[in-house]
Every structure is written in structure tokens, then in C-alpha cells.
Design a binder for this molecule. Structure first.
Ligand code: S3P
Length: 431
């Protein structure tokens, strides 16, 4: 489905960002790992977190979902059953990479599959450490899904310096570590999102500029209910939309502002964005605020590569912001973007090029020549079925000279099913 996006003269109103994707996945997996019952409120209806629920059901976990409330009867570490059919992770890298830590650690006999995009993403990063821990896991050509997982003689704890700054990899190893008699220590030099250690209350200690996180069979999985905050990564599209439109006032209520996820808020502020953060509170263990964004004049920026893991999902929309910042903005150290649902560096370069921005694509980043008065050319923007490409292109198109088309626009349902309605709401209330 192609979606037509018209230029928008004004953006205003209040929206509630969709429930956080990363926290939805984790709350369901951790509730299943506990041996008690848990209630999760504000669980995401998006396709990826729903894939996690379906996989957990296949593993024998009893789950009742009523709207956004999910009740899970935990089965405990040793209660997962061998599924009768393959665990289908759909498009969701987080489902495959985190759940593989649990099923491989537990020694569940299963096959994990994914859609075409997920089946083309490397799983070597999790296969290697899981094997070192004594888990039996293999992939197609040793690297890709389908992943074949078998029972084994026990998980060996290990000290694991993360070779890639990835919260999915960190979480996978820590989750497998929960099945080991000796502790597993993950050493993280560059900090990535901390929802796993935060929600599981794992022991952590500072280590240089990073930290060490520990897990083992002795760690008691906390019995808790969860309330999922609004997704900061989804809110980021509106933070940028509000900043680049001359006539914008957007309220984003109940947005997660975990400091391991909010770098783009501070990066945009440094670029000159005008934000307000009020009503700071906690949703369970996660910080939440109401955010407000209004029009601003953006300055270009050379992004500190150490911040990349903290804003990895927000880089595509940050690139859109850079198009409207007067001068040259530079992103380096972001090669990980090439390993997402699509190669997001190449896809964004193509989208920005089509809109008429001068960009220089590099192996690990991009240079963007922005202009305050930039008027994107109307175009048919490719998305490669990648939700974040579709939403970034849509925000860009709202500033266009004429109506643009966003291809495969329904892929936004992967993380943000109401994206198009929210865009309409903000544009309507502006009319
Ligand atoms: C996620 C971690 C990030 C992110 C993904 C969700 C998570 O991936 O891009 O959308 O929930 O742990 P990496 O850890 O591979 O960078």
C-alpha cells in the first residue's frame, strides 16, 4: 500500500505515543520467566511485540490479552515446553535475539524462524556467545535464521566483553546466563539501552566508562506487574516534526525517557530544538515524562559516535532533522544501521537524495548538507518495508513542495500501528 502524504502548513495537538516496543517484549518474556502471575498494562499492539506473545504461547506460557492488558502465568526458568511448531518471530530482531537466550539457555528443542528481512539479518553475534556458554544452537549457513536449538548439558557462566554495542546481544547473553550455575558477566564499554538489567534487577557495577552486569541461576526473577511507558523512539518522529515545522506545537504525553534511550532529545536540544519536559514520574522501574515541542531553528551537528547506541533507532529521523539545519551535519560510527530491518544508511541516503538533499554516504555514516529553508521535492519514497524508513520519509514529506507517496506504508504497524492516524490528528487540529 502506498500512502499519499501532503505538505502540512501546521502541526499541533496532543498525542499519546504507542507503548514502548523494547519494554513490551521484555515485560512479556520476564513475566514468563517468573514463577508467578503478572499483569502487563499498556502492552503494545504492534506486530513485533505480538510476535513475542505468540512465541511464548507456543512455549506453553498461558497468556490472556484484553486490549492492551496482558495477563501472563509465569512458568519459571524450567517450565518452558518444546513447541510443536517453529517459533515465528516475524520481523522482530528483538524477539529472535532475546528469546533465543531464554530457549537456548533452557535447552528447549525448537526452531526459530523470521520473515524475509529477519532471515537476512546476521545471528552470528548471538550464536557465537551462546555456543561458548554450552548452548546448542545453529543457523542457516551458521549465521542466519532459521535457528535450530537443542537441549544441552548445562549453561556455563562466562565473562563476556561485548564485541558490539548492542542491547539485543547483551540481553541474549544475560538471559542465557540466568540458566547457569556459575555467574555470567557481561562487560559493556559503550552503554546501550538498559531495560533488561533494570527490569530484571540484575546486579551491575561501574567499569571504566561502562559497566559489568551479572546473571546466574541464583538470581531471583522479580515477581512484578508492569506498566509499559510510551515509546520514546516513536515520539522522536514528532520531536523532529515539531522542530522542523515553522508552525508547530505538539504535546507527547506519557513518553518513556530512560536515559539510555533519550540521546536524541539532548542532541536535538544541542541543535537548537525547543522542548519542555514536565510531569516527570515512574512507570514501574522506567522514567516517564510529558514532552512538548515547538518550532525552532536548527543548527548542524557532528554527532559524537559514543552516543550512537543510545540513539540507534532515532538516527533515521535525526537525519531528517539534519536536512533542515543550516550547514553540514556528520554522523560516523553508525555501521550498525546497515544491519537493521533494512540497510538504513543506504535507504536513508536514497530517501534524502530523492528529496533533493545533498548527502555523502559513507561506510559507517553520512554527511548531510542542510538548509534552514529546505523544501523537499515531492517523490515516491521507498521504505524497503522498514517501519522507521516509512515514518522518517513521511515526516520529511510533510515539508514537501507537493504530495509525496510512501511505499509499503502499512509497515509502520511493526512498531507504531496508529502512526498515520496520529499524523492526521496533528495535521487536522492544525487546519
Ligand atoms: C533493541 C535494541 C536495538 C534496537 C532495536 C531494539 C532492544 O538493537 O535497534 O530496535 O530492544 O534491545 P541493537 O541492540 O541490535 O542495536
Amino acid at each position: 500500500m502506498n500512502k499519499a502524504v501532503d505538505p502540512v502548513a501546521k502541526l499541533s495537538g496532543e498525542i499519546v505515543p504507542p507503548p514502548d516496543k523494547s519494554i513490551s517484549h521484555r515485560s512479556a518474556m520476564f513475566a514468563a520467566l517468573s514463577s508467578e502471575n503478572s499483569i502487563i498494562q499498556n502492552y503494545s499492539s504492534a506486530a513485533d511485540p505480538q510476535s513475542t506473545l505468540e512465541c511464548l504461547k507456543q512455549l506453553g506460557v498461558e497468556i490472556h490479552q484484553e486490549g492492551s492488558t496482558v495477563k501472563i502465568s509465569g512458568v519459571g526458568r524450567d517450565g518452558f515446553q518444546d513447541p510443536e511448531k517453529s517459533l515465528d518471530c516475524g520481523n522482530s530482531g528483538t524477539t529472535m535475539r532475546l528469546l533465543s537466550g531464554i530457549v537456548a539457555g533452557a535447552g528447549v528443542e525448537c526452531t526459530m524462524i523470521g520473515d524475509e528481512s529477519l532471515s537476512a539479518r546476521t545471528m552470528k553475534r548471538i550464536i557465537d556467545p551462546l555456543r561458548k556458554m554450552g548452548c546448542k544452537i545453529d543457523g542457516k549457513e551458521g549465521i542466519y535464521a532459521p535457528l535450530e536449538i537443542h537441549s544441552h548439558g548445562g549453561v556455563k557462566g562466562m565473562r563476556y566483553p561485548l564485541p558490539i554495542a548492542s542491547a539485543q546481544l547483551k540481553s541474549c547473553v544475560l538471559l542465557a546466563g540466568l540458566f547457569g550455575d556459575e555467574p555470567t558477566e557481561v562487560v559493556e564499554d559503550v552503554l546501550s539501552r538498559d531495560h533488561t538489567e533494570r527490569l530484571l534487577q540484575l546486579e551491575t557495577e561501574p567499569y571504566g566508562s561502562g559497566k559489568i552486569i551479572q546473571s546466574s541461576r541464583d538470581h531471583i526473577i522479580p515477581q512484578q506487574n508492569y506498566r509499559v511507558p510510551g515509546d520514546f523512539s516513536a515520539a522522536a518522529f514528532w520531536l523532529v516534526a515539531g522542530s522542523i515545522h515553522e508552525n508547530a506545537e505538539i504535546h507527547l504525553s506519557g513518553t518513556g525517557v530512560n536515559p539510555s534511550r533519550d540521546a536524541v532529545y539532548h542532541i536535538l536540544e544541542e541543535m537548537g530544538a525547543s522542548f519542555k519536559k514536565t510531569n516527570n514520574r515512574l512507570a514501574g522501574k522506567e522514567p516517564v515524562s510529558d514532552l512538548f515541542v515547538e518550532s525552532s531553528d536548527l543548527k548542524p551537528i557532528h554527532l559524537d559516535p559514543a552516543l550512537i547506541p543510545n540513539c540507534i533507532d532515532e538516527l533515521p529521523i535525526l537525519m531528517v532533522a539534519m536536512c533542515f539545519a543550516d550547514g553540514k551535519s556528520v554522523i560516523t560510527g553508525a555501521e550498525e544501521l546497515r544491519h537493521k530491518e533494512t540497510d538504513r544508511l543506504s535507504a536513508m541516503a536514497e530517501i534524502l537524495n530523492l528529496a533533493g538533499t545533498e548527502v555523502e554516504l559513507q561506510q559507517d555514516g553520512i554527511i548531510i548538507q542542510g538548509r534552514r529553508d529546505f523544501k523537499p521535492s515531492a517523490a515516491t519514497f521507498p521504505t524497503y518495508h522498514d517501519h522507521r524508513m516509512a515514518m522518517a520519509a513521511a515526516v520529511l514529506a510533510t515539508k514537501g513542495t507537493d504530495t509525496s507517496a510512501i511505499t509499503h506504508a502499512d509497515c509502520t504497524a511493526i512498531s507504531y500501528p496508529k502512526f498515520w492516524t496520529d499524523l492526521q490528528t496533528l495535521s487536522d487540529s492544525a487546519a
